[in-house]
Design a binder for this molecule. Structure first.
Ligand code: S3P
Length: 433
């Protein structure tokens, strides 16, 4: 899919399920492979990013069966059963694969190399390499601290106490996974609460992880026991529809079986503070994760100052939240979100530029954006190869004065392969070319 063209919709309707959670899908493959026994996964996200993780473990000798419709069976090989891959491990666009895998690979008895696509090759890896080297791992990057990463095996890792300089679940997870192989305790302190799927899922695989305030700790040398995993729908994919239905008059949609882990629900809290009409229905716990059906009806949004404590809990949802702000009455101010600059694109820059080209008063700041809401014009947008930028502007087109054409949409398939189909079914005027 090269381009998407989005134009005015008269209202969104329907009840449907968006694809599986990307973070949980990655971890289901990683932990299932390192466990002893057979792990059955349902609701797995069959999109490029999670499949990159799946293929990496297959090339390290793990038998992983893809049974169709999100069902995956992993024949775990235990913490020490991975085999040296025959070639470099290519993880495409996926920062999660690269950062979490680097922690696992640091603990292996073989050497390995991690590579990615042109976007991933620009993203900072020192944030994992520096603490890994404190654990006595040997990982080399380019001079600029980017991939390819050359990881030497046979290193005796030692546990560390690490205070992370940034809120990043990928860094935390990398170190906890390396900690499985380290002697003693590995403790990671985070400056802001980030998603805790690694901690929760390790516990689900019978491995003790302690959490004390903002410190997560693990002791090396145990083993993981296979389990079954029901991956809920991804709140980060649901977010596009939460904003879409909020800004499009005459909308009433229900998103089924969405993961509402409290470390992921910042987008709901921010939209509620902006006046969105969102209800959580049938709240339940499935396989250790909180899940709900989310009903959203259109309502005029108001600009707000986004509380900084919600930023890490909504970090992937800012592209579409900036679109919500563009349609809100008044001004929205986002601060403390400098991490957006090192995502699949610099999401502060790409969103500010895109919104400005649609006539929106959006001003990028070092760590966020100031957006004066009002009307949005039609125009042509670059996605900068970033799936969430592309989908955010597809949402922007629902009420713009003139159609929005978005270029370079191939990467939508990294997280949401059937986006155009699902969006069109519920009432988007969205066409792919
Ligand atoms: C993720 C953590 C976040 C998020 C990414 C997925 C994870 O990245 O943006 O999409 O699965 O751990 P950071 O850790 O870089 O914030």
């Amino acid at each position: 899919m090269k381009t998407m063209i989005s134009s005015r919709s008269m209202g969104l309707k329907g009840s449907f399920r968006v694809p599986g959670d990307k973070s949980i899908s990655h971890r289901s493959i990683m932990l299932g492979s390192l466990a002893e026994g057979v792990t059955e996964v349902s609701g797995f996200l069959e999109a490029e990013d999670a499949l990159a993780t799946l293929k990496s473990f297959q090339s390290m000798g793990v038998n992983i069966e893809q049974l169709g419709e999100g069902r995956v069976r992993i024949h775990g090989v235990g913490l020490h059963g991975l085999k040296k891959p025959e070639s470099d491990l290519y993880v495409g666009n996926s920062g999660t694969s690269m950062r979490l895998l680097s922690g696992i690979l640091a603990g292996q008895s073989f050497d390995s190399v991690l590579t990615g696509d042109s976007s991933l090759t620009k993203r900072p890896m020192r944030r994992v390499l520096d603490p890994l080297s404190l654990m006595a791992a040997k990982v080399e990057s380019s001079d600029g601290g980017t991939s390819p990463l050359k990881i030497s095996g046979k290193q005796a890792l030692v546990g560390i106490n690490y205070v992370m300089p940034m809120g990043s679940a990928q860094v935390k997870s990398c170190l906890l996974l390396a900690g499985l192989y380290a002697q003693g305790t590995t403790s990671v302190t985070e400056p802001a609460v980030t998603r805790d799927h690694t901690e929760q899922m390790l516990r689900g695989f019978g491995y003790d992880v302690t959490t004390d305030g903002n410190v997560a700790s693990i002791v090396g040398g145990g083993h993981l026991k296979a389990t079954s995993i029901d991956v809920p729908a991804d709140i980060s994919s649901a977010a596009f529809f939460l904003v879409a239905a909020s800004i499009t008059p005459n909308s009433d949609i229900t998103l089924q079986h969405v993961g509402i882990n409290p470390t992921r629900t910042g987008v709901i809290d921010i939209l509620l503070a902006m006046g969105a009409n969102i209800q959580l229905l049938n709240e339940r716990v499935v396989g250790g994760e909180k899940v709900a059906d989310i009903r959203v009806k259109s309502n005029q949004l108001q600009g707000i100052e986004v509380p900084e404590n919600l930023v890490a809990l909504a970090i992937d949802e800012f592209p579409v939240l900036f679109v919500a702000a563009a349609y809100a009455n008044g001004t929205t101010v986002v601060t403390g979100a400098e991490e957006l600059r090192v995502k699949e694109s610099d999401r502060i820059q790409t969103m500010a530029e895109g919104l400005q080209s649609l006539g929106v008063d959006a001003q990028a700041t070092d760590d966020g954006m100031i957006i004066k809401g009002g009307s949005v014009l039609g125009g042509e947008i670059e996605s900068f190869d970033d799936h969430r930028i592309a989908m955010a502007f597809a949402v922007a087109g629902l009420q713009s004065n003139g159609e929005i054409k978005i270029n370079n949409c191939e990467n939508v398939s990294t997280s949401f392969p059937k986006f155009v189909e699902l969006a069109s079914n519920c009432g988007f005027e969205l066409h792919a070319q």
